[in-house]
Design a protein around this ligand. Structure first.
Ligand SMILES: *Cc1c(COP(=O)(O)O)cnc(C)c1O
Length: 429
């Protein structure tokens, strides 16, 4: 029995069973649908990309995994080298882990211990943003601020170690003024808050945060698990504002194997580099630096670099803007777009009930949550497919009322996408 994520198992709908996938298409036995969410924002090259598959297969023929405790190997060395060269500034020191949540845990632990190592024992607090999402493990839930994910923490009473502020400069300045002596870090999802509802804010907030963090000696952590690798239209938001620690996950391996990396700057690394053994970072996920994951990540970065991905992303942003700007409906609170992300926030979550089936009947896989109907497609999506995704979103608001009344009960096999996988052309490019 599978226990599915974020689901009330008693009432959940039967999930679509995927039997094949290629390019932007997912296939059930009935037909294809465009994956408009890139498997939780990770599959940036689409499915079955030959370069990534080849990298994984070739590495599997050597070995799939060896631990990093006392051992090392070429894929992890090459990936660390590549990240150090590719990431901005002196973000050079790579600590690998198996998921984004753990990567954030590592960043938070680094920030805390950085000060403990210096004997600054009062710096126990984390500054974070309202509506933040940083993962589902306990400390990341605490750093997060989204009742829909984290409400169980309420039984512990008020959070002791985390202060939440909105992404607004006055609130930021006020928090630094009042709490700077107790803060070890400020952690943010830069520019785009994903699971908290695709909320977007201005870069000036991050620029001011950078100044204040330098001024008060507080470490700035960018959780770019969702925003990294181009999603916002920047390669990394860190290209614009340099954090002390960055966390990457999701698209790190092109979404092929779960992996994450916490990358620190020289100043952070120096805080641990010491003759005192107790100043070491005592952390070590079993599967950190997994050789298959590292090989996939290296191939993914090579494709990203050599196949004009920033232009692909800019083009997606353009098409989104062209198709969606000015789109309104009385049920819509706001339409937000940034880079390769579009979100329609509605007033009532109920407005989106039945959307998944509606989209599926039009050859699109979508997974709206709460009041948010969004798309974050693979960057390899063609114009025709992207327009279909966006048209489907718009059509939901324009559909005849009779359709709305039958919501959730649309026929299974209405209009599906392309034919069977075998007949498909490569969707990449
Ligand atoms: C998804 C996500 C995480 C958690 O990553 P997992 O791999 O699911 O543990 C952390 N931070 C952000 C911003 C995310 O979007």
């Amino acid at each position: 029995m599978i226990w599915y994520p974020y689901e009330q198992m008693k009432t959940m709908k039967i999930p679509y069973e995927i039997v094949d996938a290629q390019g932007v298409w997912l296939y059930t036995r009935e037909g294809g649908m465009i994956d408009s969410v890139s498997s939780w924002w990770s599959v940036i090259h689409g499915y079955k990309h030959p370069a990534l598959t080849k990298a994984i297969v070739e590495q599997a023929q050597r070995f799939s995994h060896v631990m990093l405790g006392g051992l090392t190997h070429e894929p992890v060395q090459k990936l660390a080298q590549k990240l150090a060269a590719w990431l901005p500034g002196d973000l050079d020191y790579c600590f690998f882990s198996d998921s984004g949540s753990v990567g954030v845990e590592v960043a938070l632990k680094m920030a805390l211990q950085y000060y403990v190592n210096r004997g600054e024992l009062r710096r126990t607090k984390i500054l974070a943003l309202t509506h933040a999402y940083h993962g589902d493990t306990f400390k990341t839930m605490e750093a997060g601020d989204d009742a829909d994910y984290h409400f169980i923490l309420d039984v512990y009473g008020e959070k002791q170690d985390v202060i939440h502020i909105p992404a607004e400069i006055p609130a930021l300045e006020d928090a630094f003024l009042r709490h700077h002596a107790q803060l070890n870090c400020l952690i943010v999802e830069p520019l785009l808050q994903g699971a908290g509802g695709m909320r977007m804010y201005d870069i000036s907030f991050l620029e001011r945060a950078r100044e204040l963090c330098y001024e008060y000696g507080v470490l700035l952590i960018f959780d770019e698990v969702a925003t990294g690798f181009g999603r916002t239209g920047y390669r990394f938001v860190a290209d614009r504002v340099l954090p002390d620690i960055i966390v990457l996950g999701k698209a790190l391996t092109g979404g092929y194997i779960g992996h994450a990396v916490t990358v620190a700057r020289q100043n952070v690394y120096a805080g641990f580099y010491d003759d005192d053994a107790a100043h070491a970072l005592m952390h070590g996920p079993t599967f950190m630096g997994n050789a298959l994951a590292c090989s996939a990540a290296l191939a993914s970065i090579t494709v990203f670099e050599t196949e004009g991905y920033m232009e692909k992303i800019a083009r997606i942003a353009e098409i989104i803007k062209r198709e969606m700007e000015g789109f309104t409906d009385p049920r819509i609170r706001e339409v937000r777009m940034m880079g390769a992300c579009i979100c329609i926030e509605v007033n009532e979550a109920e407005t989106l009930a039945g959307y998944q089936e509606f989209a599926r009947a039009r050859g699109v896989f979508a997974r709206p949550f709460l009041q948010y109907l969004y798309a974050m497609p693979p960057y390899t999506i063609g114009e025709k497919e992207l327009v279909r995704v966006l048209d489907t979103m718009k059509a939901w608001f324009h559909r005849p009322q009779a359709d709305a009344d039958r919501r959730g009960a649309l026929p299974e096999a209405a209009v599906f996408g392309a034919g069977v996988p075998g007949e498909l052309q490569a969707q990449n490019g």
